[in-house]
Design a binder for this molecule. Structure first.
Ligand code: HEM
Length: 407
């Protein structure tokens, strides 16, 4: 006979299947998140062999780390277990635990500094203004196509020192690579992600080789030369780090721009407030990140036996952390479904929490703040269809297109 616990798990798994596979649920995942938070905030799923957590406090638990188990589970329906682990997995800080993670992150952070980010501001402003000129001339256009996609790839290209003519090709390569982040991805998606990942590895390996022969001031040059008491990044660590910076900084920021703009367009009072008080820019970007996070889910592995919310989690078990659900946890945020750019102390989980907190957060914030400041200052009127098409992915939440008219 079915127990109450089994019934709760079955109902929660039905919600999960909707999130993983139904484009209509993904287009507006928040009712599904609410249901999970209210009925099964931490539950062990039978759909994928992992735990699912949806509440703010549990998602900040520091007793979790990284393992290859997540990739194995995400790709298990599509991948054979003996496939070679891509280089990015083995040498990327994203997949490491201390002490390896501590060492890698501090080496990289020596070069990817707040100063380097600040120095990019004039370039970001110039790039945004150039695109706004185009939009003004045309009376509007698809913001995703003309601004949200090209800007982050240009900025990250500028930071790293990727030749201008090479940058645009990465739009599709990075998008393919991101397919592997989706739970229950198809064999075709996983294969395309592997090809894309190999293309990036090859490209950056040869760019690094070329840079070793001539000094450059960009971040690639910096990372080649970085040293901490004689400790340096190995060739594989360099490739993995540069690919990670390039890929992590791209579509996430694209979606911050698209998701932020649609949130303003759907909440005209908030757009008006930001227009009349541009000093709210920083808080507005934080609220955009909380309300429509570009990264909706992440995963952690229990490094030791752990109890959370009355559930016992064995060492090695994986917990899927639904960041987008925690960002709307009513125990943490008053009126969480309200888009409110005056919120203070937001501390959303869109950049994750703990030791893997997004290393590129200052750059993403800079891009977001410049875009919305310049866009609103330039166009007194911005109109759009506020029921646009969302991309069918869950991990990275973003719009397919966002057609606007401007005056
Ligand atoms: C709105 C934009 C962005 C969002 C929402 C975002 C989100 C995240 C999240 C959730 C993580 C943690 C992933 C995990 O531990 O599994 C992360 C890590 C990371 N992000 Fe971002 N990111 C953004 C932009 C950027 C940019 C612009 C860069 C760099 C140019 C970047 C570089 C990184 C790196 C290197 C890590 C790994 C940190 C570590 O493992 O210690 N991100 N980001």
């Amino acid at each position: 006979m079915a127990t109450t616990d089994n019934l709760i798990t079955e109902a929660a798994d039905n919600v999960l299947v909707g999130l993983f596979s139904d484009p209509a649920v993904r287009a507006d995942p928040y009712p599904a998140y609410r249901q999970l938070r209210e009925t099964a905030p931490v539950h062990h799923s039978a759909v994928l062999p992992l735990w699912v957590a949806t509440r703010y406090d549990e998602l900040r638990d520091p007793r979790f780390g990284k393992s290859d188990e997540v990739q194995r589970i995400f790709g298990s329906s599509a991948q054979s277990a003996d496939r070679e682990v891509p280089i990015i997995s083995r040498y990327s800080m994203l997949r490491m635990n201390p002490p390896d993670h501590t060492r890698m992150r501090s080496l990289v952070a020596r070069e990817f500094t707040p100063r380097r980010v600040d120095e990019l501001r004039p370039a970001v402003e110039a790039m945004v203004d150039e695109v706004l000129d185009q939009l003004a001339d045309a009376g509007g256009g698809d913001v995703m196509d003309v601004l949200a996609f090209p800007l982050p790839v240009r900025v990250i290209g500028e930071l790293l020192g990727v030749p201008i003519e090479d940058r645009e090709q990465f739009r599709w390569i990075v998008r393919d690579a991101a397919g592997a982040l989706e739970p229950m991805a198809s064999a075709e998606t996983i294969a395309a992600a592997e090809t894309a990942s190999n293309t990036m590895n090859d490209y950056f390996r040869s760019l690094i080789a070329e840079r070793r022969n001539r000094h450059s001031d960009d971040l690639i040059g910096g990372l080649i030369g970085v040293s901490d008491g004689g400790d340096r990044l190995s060739e594989n660590e360099l490739v993995a780090t540069i690919v990670l910076l390039f890929a992590a900084g791209f579509e996430t920021t694209t979606n911050l721009i698209g998701n932020g703009l649609i949130s303003l367009l759907r909440n005209r009072d908030q757009m008006q407030m930001l227009r009349s008080d541009p000093t709210l820019g920083h808080r507005a970007v934080e609220e955009m990140l909380r309300y429509e996070s570009s990264v909706q889910l992440d995963a952690r592995t229990a490094l030791e036996e752990t109890d959370i919310a009355g559930h016992h989690i064995d060492a090695g078990q994986v917990v899927l952390t639904l960041l987008g659900a925690a960002n709307r946890d009513p125990d943490r945020y008053q009126d969480p479904d309200r888009f409110d750019i005056t919120r203070t102390g937001t501390q959303h989980l869109s950049f994750a929490a703990g030791i893997h907190y997004c290393l590129g957060a200052p750059l993403a914030r800079l891009e977001g703040e410049v875009v919305f400041e310049r866009l609103l200052a330039r166009f007194p009127t911005i109109d759009a269809d506020t029921t646009p098409v969302w991309r069918p992915s869950l991990t990275l939440r973003g719009l397919e297109t966002l057609q606007v008219t401007v005056r």
